[in-house]
Design a protein around this ligand. Structure first.
Ligand SMILES: Cc1cc2nc3c(=O)[nH]c(=O)nc-3n(C[C@H](O)[C@H](O)[C@H](O)COP(=O)(O)OP(=O)(O)OC[C@H]3O[C@@H](n4cnc5c(N)ncnc54)[C@H](O)[C@@H]3O)c2cc1C
Length: 383
């Protein structure tokens, strides 16, 4: 019996598990190692923050999925690999052996060595932690809506922008319901670049910046945070290289993605940021018994931004190549699209669609389209 082990229940693995369940290979024992029971679907996460979706609507239940695919499941955290003996080292269980390994553990925001950032800010990944802090904050505001709240988001990529729209949307709803003025909320978005969404076309950046300004969200460009402190009464103080300082109650950290260090330490060849380098077959360039997909993988020939849309697209080709590898058949290359459509929810049940230089919206028709696509994606994991 060959052993196929999947680490992480990210988007690519969720799809692979589902499709495996529909058409499994006999004589293969499938195992999933995941540090969470319910994994978030990134497309609906901003909508959850805004209060449009319930927790279950935007989370995939991994034990149910594992049951469907006849996979063994370990709720545990992988913390290392022994690539000579082909073992996954876990935090709580004994080492788990494999013949073939696939890794889809996502990424976390880069904190680098900024003093105070780890202790005093809320990293947006792992999402489960972010949501824990988010629920606490909502409860606090609901209990005391008379109190002014100052929030900062560090990072002006797609994640930071969506977070800004949707945090604003949910909190202003709470203030409105409590008959409180909307200027109770002071929201800052701090970005090191000269425009938001620097990886997309400038026309989209302008559109998004104007919308955020209309919501009275304070935008700070060309600002690099170099220290975060906490005062005695739990106020956080952000200091930027330019000399700008900001005091706030909570800081959300949504900067560039970074990788878990244990992958490189295990001997896998990685890119400069520690992401596993894979070939066109989604196979490690250094260890053919290891595959990787989603944020944690960087395709040598087709590097792409770290986005859920790529993790979703890689699900099917990953599964196909895992099966081919187990059956000792030639692998099939996968070429990801260069230009991809993004739908950005603006927190008011409207969305902007953008592909290459073109963008349209925000409008509610696009939101309904995005909602339809996302709900359809999630439907495949229900029941
Ligand atoms: C606020 C925010 C909004 C976003 N919105 C969008 C969006 O609208 N559209 C979009 O395309 N992208 C969006 N993104 C980016 C998107 O979240 C990621 O690109 C996407 O989640 C990557 O999917 P993945 O499969 O690589 O990993 P993930 O979805 O991160 O899944 C990884 C899984 O592995 C588990 N795991 C991690 N480490 C271990 C370990 N050591 N052992 C076991 N299990 C482990 C995790 O708990 C998780 O379940 C957003 C990101 C943020 C922060």
């Amino acid at each position: 019996m060959k052993k196929l082990v999947l680490i992480g229940g990210g988007h690519s693995h969720a799809i692979a598990l589902k499709k495996w369940g529909m058409n499994p290979l006999s004589e293969v024992e499938l195992t999933l190692i995941t540090n969470v029971v319910k994994t978030p679907y990134s497309g609906m996460l901003p909508g959850y923050i805004a209060g449009f979706y319930s927790f279950d609507q935007c989370h995939i239940d991994l034990p149910s999925l594992a049951k469907y695919s006849h996979a063994k499941i370990y709720i545990d955290q992988a913390i290392g690999l022994d690539l000579e003996k082909n073992l996954v080292i876990c935090k709580n269980n004994s080492p788990i052996p494999f013949d073939l390994l696939s890794i889809d553990i996502g990424s976390t925001p880069t904190v680098l060595s900024i003093p105070g950032a780890i202790e005093h800010t809320i990293a947006v990944k792992p999402i489960s932690k972010l949501l824990q802090y988010w629920h606490q904050l909502i409860e606090e505001i609901q209990q005391n809506p008379q109190q002014k709240i100052r929030l900062a988001i560090v990072g002006g990529g797609a994640g930071g922008v969506e977070l800004a729209f949707n945090i604003h949307s949910h909190l202003t709803q709470i203030y409105q319901q409590a008959n409180q003025p909307l200027n109770q909320l002071e929201l800052h978005l701090i970005h090191s670049g000269k425009r938001l969404l620097s990886e997309r076309h400038p026309s989209l950046s302008r559109k998004v910046e104007n919308l955020l300004k209309k919501l009275k969200i304070h935008l700070h460009f060309n600002e690099t945070v170099d220290q975060v402190d906490e005062t005695q009464n739990s106020i956080k103080k952000i200091s930027c290289k330019s000399g700008l300082t900001l005091e706030c109650d909570r800081i959300f950290w949504v900067t560039q993605a970074s990788a878990s260090p244990w992958l490189k330490q295990a001997g896998l060849t990685t890119d400069k940021r520690g992401f596993i380098l894979v070939n066109d077959n989604l196979q490690s360039v250094s260890h053919p018994q290891v595959f990787a997909a989603g944020d944690i993988a960087t395709m040598v020939n087709y590097p792409r931004p770290k986005a859920g849309v790529f993790a979703v697209r890689q699900g099917q080709p990953l599964l196909e190549n895992l099966k081919r590898s187990l059956e000792e058949k030639p692998l099939k290359p996968f070429i990801p699209q260069k230009e991809f459509l993004i739908l950005i929810g603006t927190g008011d049940q409207k969305a902007i669609a953008s592909k290459a230089w073109f963008n349209i919206g925000p409008n509610s028709l696009l939101w309904r389209w995005k909602d339809y696509i996302d709900q359809k994606f999630m439907k495949q994991f229900k029941n």
